[in-house]
Design a protein around this ligand. Structure first.
Ligand SMILES: *Cc1c(COP(=O)(O)O)cnc(C)c1O
Length: 417
């Protein structure tokens, strides 16, 4: 459920016609709905009503300061994977003790930053990382709160590039090695074990993989208990899928009920790291048709947004619904929607039935709020798109479109040239 709807054949975001924004801001731009973000966060958080839990929005899905600030105000914590996300999170007003830090490649400066900030916990992904965090905590006279990210070897049945909990993936530590890592950690002077963690993948549309992972973590918690290592936080990671096309992922309440059933009477504080399910359907990418072109075997609609703006189609073979901002009548036709970039992989959608469009018309790529703008680049020296948020009948630019000056900011040509 989201607030991008047609009224009189025209797409609105909440109470604002998308066309009005396009006229003022230009294209392409990402557009987020305040009401949808709020609704999704509340639906997810409320699903766990009655359970001791902290929902930590996964920053990497969307790091716009306005989005982060809104979620912080709604009571969210934050799951980060870099020093940059920590910086943003603190600026957006997240309390450090509501921030968890995941990722296989934390650098010394990032570890120090997180120790100084006093985050809730590091989700540790290797023994070497554990050793380094112990060292840095000792050097800074801090205690590092840690959980170990366990790789439960569960198949999330999603795209291979977003499966993270299989034996062959780089993430986490396998169950048996995790036990010895916990023992090692328990003897470290500046490490305090507080949790256990997993994150098995993204865009997961079945409940079973979550249940399997949780069962695995639960039995590990019990084994740790017998070893005298108590666990306070159980971090289930993120990964709950959304509807891009015809998927029917579990609703948050079904997901919560399944988790609660597996947990049983285990006394634990639950941490959840949803990303996509909060922001995915709360954002769209609006682009303008530049040209139509008939090839010998295909027809193309060429737009002013390309793969540098929205990477997901080429990266994951992802599907985004493409809708006209103003609906027209007439014979539908089939075309690929492609960008201006010199790459055959530069497409936003392939083989789509579209109602007639012509140069100047606006198209909306739906469900682009997660892993959209954050993955955009300056490839081909293209200016990154603007970002806009709507609340009711108001809208605001939350990130300016880049300028040519932005493009070369920070560059210099050395004297030896
Ligand atoms: C990406 C990521 C998430 C969020 O995943 P979604 O599929 O967007 O919910 C959560 N936790 C970790 C560790 C991640 O890397």
């Amino acid at each position: 459920m989201h607030y991008f709807q047609y009224h009189n054949n025209e797409m609105y975001c909440e109470d604002v016609p998308v066309q009005t924004i396009a006229r003022q801001v230009g294209t392409p731009f990402y557009l987020y709905s305040h009401a949808t973000l709020t609704r999704h966060f509340k639906a997810f958080n409320d699903a766990f009503e009655g359970l001791d839990r902290l929902v930590c929005f996964s920053a990497k899905a969307n790091t716009s300061m306005a989005v982060l600030k809104l979620l912080a105000k709604l009571g969210s914590g934050l799951d980060i994977v870099s020093g940059g996300e920590l910086f943003r999170g603190l600026k957006a007003g997240f309390s450090p003790d509501h921030i968890v830090y995941s990722g296989v490649g934390k650098r010394v400066d990032e570890i120090d930053f997180a120790l100084e900030a006093g985050i809730l916990m590091f989700n540790i992904e290797s023994l070497e990382e554990l050793e380094l965090i112990q060292l840095r905590a000792a050097a800074l006279h801090k205690k590092a709160f840690v959980s170990i990210r366990v790789n439960p070897d569960v198949d999330p049945k999603t795209h291979p590039y977003i499966s993270t909990g299989l034996k062959k993936n780089k993430f986490g530590i396998d169950t048996e090695s995790a036990l010895s890592a916990y023992q090692r950690a328990s003897r470290m002077s500046h490490i305090s074990i507080v949790g256990i963690d997993c994150h098995i993948g993204s865009q997961i549309t079945e409940i079973q993989p979550f249940e399997d992972a949780l069962k695995s973590l639960k039995s590990l918690i019990q084994r740790l208990g017998t070893m005298g290592i108590p666990i306070r936080y159980l971090d289930m990671g993120g990964g709950l899928g959304i509807t891009y096309r015809e998927e029917s992922p579990p609703q948050p309440f079904e997901y919560a009920r399944a988790i609660s059933n597996v947990l049983g009477d285990l006394k634990i504080q639950l941490i959840l790291e949803p990303g996509r399910v909060i922001v995915g359907n709360a954002g769209i990418l609006v682009t303008q048709v530049l040209y139509r072109k008939k090839g010998l075997v295909k027809e193309f609609v060429i737009t002013d947004a390309g793969m540098n703006d929205l990477m997901r189609p080429i990266l994951y073979n992802a599907y985004h619904e493409a809708l006209p901002v103003v609906q027209s009548s007439g014979e539908p036709f089939t075309a690929d929607i492609v960008g201006p970039i010199c790459e055959t992989g530069d497409f936003l959608a392939q083989d789509r039935q579209l109602t007639p469009v012509q140069s100047g018309d606006l198209l909306a790529l739906m469900s682009a709020g997660a892993y959209g703008f954050v993955m955009s680049s300056n490839y081909c020296s293209r200016l990154r798109a603007a970002e806009v948020m709507v609340k009711g009948d108001q809208f605001a630019v939350i990130k300016n479109r880049e300028t040519y000056a932005d493009l070369i900011a920070g560059e210099s040509v050395p004297a030896f040239i």
